[in-house]
Design a protein around this ligand. Structure first.
Ligand code: GLU
Length: 396
């Protein structure tokens, strides 16, 4: 039989990550010598704090360069549980924790471990780009639940309830939300947990931005009463500690589910990088003032970006309560000068003004674009000057 290059049905169902695609395009243009302002991918511009890097140098010097247990080193699993307890008042034990190669990997592990072909997974929109594809890869059926921009993209348990069916297996939450910056209200979180226990579905909470909250105290749905029965946490060190390239995340949840994830991990990646695990240990156990310092700079940038966007004709923007993205509505500009979708807008902005952003359509919401403000003040100023000029051109 002839050898074909037809991809498996699983891979044919998914597409390349849109955030990664934008990052790749911006990088390619820069390599060609173009002056690109990259407000596309969400990645802290801060270097990893020195005490974290020191722990990695020390790991190399002391030859901590071999396999570790597939689930991660016990002291790091313990440290994750302790940090989560200190930050959010939960009480996970190390057996309910596994270390992953980034937060995305924790999401992937949980979905693979729990979702069967045909199972429905409710994904509120706007959603982070990867959830839909992770569900499709597992053969599940994504059920997209739109939230309303005029309501600040708030998620209501009553809206989730209306989408439940006998096939509902999971609800994927992401608060603070990427891309909108919306927060989850504590009362709604408690209702969602009640609903999950009653109807029998899992809540997968992606807490990648849980430490980056501007308004009020950071909060985890895993601290809601009854959460230990139905909540799974996918966490990451990438954003809070400026450690994107180190690829360290974690999963928290009932031991049986964690064991399933570890089984999968033992056949896929094995352990996350041993040196990065030592660095992660220093991040979680060391001084936390670096997180607070970065957060206050993000807050200043948020205020600047929101102020600038609100001064532009036809643009409205909800003030992000957390994370480091602004998700302005550009719908009033569509239909002008051949720009008819958010993807056209983003493409023209990159081609004509050399500013990278991600179209709202990638997050399941047309008529918006996402701008990351995890960029220096100077870059933000340059990027927003160009953005403003582009908006003016569309109106002209
Ligand atoms: N989470 C970041 C973003 O949304 C990084 C890119 C990614 O991992 O998809 O831009």
């Amino acid at each position: 039989m002839a050898l074909t290059t037809t991809l498996s049905e699983r891979i044919a169902r998914i597409s390349f990550s849109r955030t990664m695609e934008v990052a790749g395009k911006a990088d390619q243009l820069r390599r060609q010598g173009e002056d690109v302002v990259d407000l596309g991918v969400g990645e802290p511009d801060f270097p990893t704090p020195d005490h974290i890097k020191e722990a990695a140098y020390e790991a190399i010097r002391s030859d901590f360069t071999r396999y570790t247990p597939a689930a991660g080193i016990p002291e790091l699993r313990q440290a994750v549980c302790e940090r989560h307890a200190a930050d959010f008042g939960t009480s996970y034990s190390p057996a309910q924790c596994l270390i992953t190669a980034g937060g995305k990997h924790a999401v992937y592990n949980f979905v693979e471990t729990l979702v069967n072909p045909g199972d429905e997974v409710i994904i509120p929109a706007p959603y982070w780009v990867t959830y839909r594809d992770a569900v499709l890869l597992a053969g599940g059926q994504p059920v997209i639940l739109p939230t309303d921009a005029s309501d600040g993209f708030a998620l209501r348990a009553s809206a989730v309830q209306k989408r439940l069916s006998p096939r509902s297996r999971m609800l994927i939450l992401n608060f603070p939300n990427n891309p909108s910056g919306a927060l989850l209200n504590r009362e709604e979180a408690a209702r969602l947990v009640e609903l999950a226990v009653e109807a029998g579905f899992w809540i997968l909470a992606d807490e990648c931005y849980a430490q980056l909250v501007y308004d009020g105290k950071p909060f985890s749905i895993a601290s809601s009463p009854g959460a230990s029965r139905c909540v799974l946490v996918a966490g990451s060190l990438s954003k809070a500690y400026a450690m994107t390239g180190w690829r360290i995340g974690y999963g928290l949840g009932p031991e049986t589910v964690i064991q399933g994830c570890i089984r999968l991990q033992s056949h896929s990646t094995s352990n996350p990088n041993s040196i990065a695990q030592k660095a992660a240990l220093a991040a979680l156990r060391g001084p936390q003032d670096c997180v607070a310092a970065m957060l206050s700079e993000y807050r200043r940038r948020r205020d600047y970006v929101v102020g600038r966007l609100r001064a532009m004709p036809g643009i409205t923007v909800h003030e992000p309560g957390g994370a480091f993205y602004a998700f302005p509505k550009i719908a009033a500009l569509l239909g002008h000068k051949g720009v008819s979708t958010s993807a056209d807008f983003a493409e023209r902005l990159l081609n004509e003004m050399r500013v990278a952003c991600v179209p709202g359509e990638a997050f399941g919401v047309e008529g918006h674009v996402r701008l990351s403000f995890a960029a220096s003040r100077q870059e933000l100023e340059r990027g927003l000057d160009r953005f403003e000029e582009f908006v003016a051109r569309l109106w002209r």
